[in-house]
Design a protein around this ligand. Structure first.
Ligand SMILES: *[C@@H]1O[C@H](CO)[C@@H](O)[C@H](O)[C@H]1NC(C)=O
Ligand SMILES: *[C@@H]1O[C@H](CO)[C@@H](O)[C@H](O)[C@H]1NC(C)=O
Ligand SMILES: *[C@@H]1O[C@H](CO)[C@@H](O)[C@H](O)[C@H]1NC(C)=O
Ligand SMILES: *[C@@H]1O[C@H](CO)[C@@H](O)[C@H](O)[C@H]1NC(C)=O
Length: 384
């Protein structure tokens, strides 16, 4: 059986509309008209504001951007001398890993008498992690900001164009913004790269793409560089391949391109001249940026007496797991080696702090063994 189709009753059978109903009907009509008017108005205003936002989107926010100079100022002039040889490498990971690679690159370029193409420091929450040479090179090419400066002008109330989504995740700064490069710059030729594009190298240095010797790595600890031919890495060494400075000096190509140069023990130096220059490089890495120094000074102003500051990595991986032990070791090293507190007083101090903090008594190994040695704390492990 099918349910009967319900149909509206013929007009004849509909109950007659009473005057009261007519008034109600009238009211409904008026409300509808009002609603329509309102909707039309809303429609027109939203179109108008969308049009306004569209036409004014790139002018609205003029951000002062002194650090943009990082990308423009250091457009060093192309070296026209065809004898000049260059050295480049691919940085990666967080700031201190980039610094370690930079120190190694400075020494290699100095020893090989090549002009170092200095990459910018890349800062941000999402570092470019180590991957094998070709992929790392590609990641650098893709993270360049050329042609994207309009992203800075997009006002905050407009959703960002897709090409700008990652724009604010990182920034490039030239090394000579952060540290004083004057001393090293007088010892060896340096050219500051505004970005990591290969094309910039060829354009600026005049090197032909065919005139490049690339040392491709496929794992982070692959090549170790030694400055003495009768020297070698111990067999248990984590680097898998020794390369001698004399081999690198024989490279005839105008551009010697490395992948990662990260690692505090990547260079195995014997030559006293190189060792001295490496010390000088490391001393030069002290921050000298006036803005940063004034922030540090204002923080220091809060302490009434002299103080010691420690930069301790405890946020990730094995550093996180061993954070408590590391903090303890650093504390004891500080007392013993920096402040010269004798062992007996160290124990008193420890007890005093333990009482002050909580009832959680800190175990004090050095009280039992005053000759506690700082166990080898991994300082050069990359955050890959
Ligand atoms: C590059 O060379 C040109 C002409 O030789 C000179 O005018 C210009 O100032 C140089 N630029 C830099 C950044 O050295
Ligand atoms: C940078 O170092 C050089 C010497 O290496 C020194 O003469 C100069 O005053 C330093 N510059 C600043 C800003 O500290
Ligand atoms: C390499 O080291 C040996 C001994 O350590 C030394 O006698 C020799 O002069 C060094 N060679 C060079 C080129 O520095
Ligand atoms: C380190 O010590 C603190 C306080 O004693 C404790 O709460 C924390 O769980 C410890 N962390 C590790 C990783 O052992």
């Amino acid at each position: 059986m099918r349910a009967p189709v319900s149909r509206p009753l013929p007009a004849l059978f509909q109950p007659e509309t009473t005057p009261a109903r007519r008034v109600a009907q009238h009211q409904v009509n008026r409300n509808l008209a009002l609603l329509l008017l309102l909707l039309t108005f809303a429609c027109i205003t939203s179109f108008a504001s969308a049009y306004y936002l569209f036409t004014t989107r790139w002018e609205a926010r003029k951000v002062p951007r002194p650090w943009l100079q990082a990308d423009t100022i250091s457009q060093a002039n192309a070296s026209t001398s065809t004898d000049e040889k260059f050295l480049a490498y691919l940085p990666h990971s967080g700031f201190h890993n980039q610094r370690i690679a930079f120190e190694n690159a400075l020494l290699l370029a100095y020893a090989l008498r090549r002009t170092l193409l200095v990459p910018p420091i890349r800062l941000g929450n999402k570092p470019i992690r180590y991957v094998e040479y070709d992929r790392l090179s590609r990641h650098h090419e893709l993270s360049a900001k050329e042609g994207l400066y309009h992203c800075l002008q997009v006002p905050p109330y407009v959703s960002r164009p897709p090409e700008c989504l990652q724009y604010f995740e990182s920034t490039y700064l030239p090394w000579d913004w952060l540290v004083n490069m004057t001393g090293l710059g007088s010892q060896q030729p340096l050219v500051y790269r505004p970005n990591m594009a290969q094309a910039w190298i060829f354009k600026t240095t005049g090197v032909e793409p065919s005139d490049v010797f690339t040392l491709r790595d496929s794992v982070p600890y692959q090549y170790r560089f030694l400055d003495n031919d009768s020297h070698y890495s111990p067999p248990q060494d984590r680097y898998s391949q020794d390369i001698y400075f004399t081999d690198l000096a024989n490279v005839q190509e105008r551009l010697l391109q490395f992948g990662t140069l990260f690692g505090t023990s990547r260079l195995r130096l014997r030559d006293p001249n190189n060792l001295a220059y490496r010390r000088r490089i490391r001393q030069s890495m002290m921050f000298s940026n006036n803005d940063l120094l004034s922030v540090a000074d204002s923080i220091a102003g809060f302490f009434r007496g002299p103080y010691v500051a420690i930069h301790l990595r405890t946020g990730d991986g094995s550093f996180k797991r061993t954070a408590n032990e590391t903090a303890k070791e650093v504390w004891w090293t500080l007392l013993r080696d920096v402040l010269g507190v004798p062992p007996s007083e160290k124990c008193e101090l420890e007890q005093k702090f333990a009482e002050e903090s909580s009832n959680n008594c800190i175990p004090d190994p050095a009280c039992a063994d005053a000759t506690l040695e700082l166990s080898s704390t991994p300082t050069s492990r990359p955050n890959l």
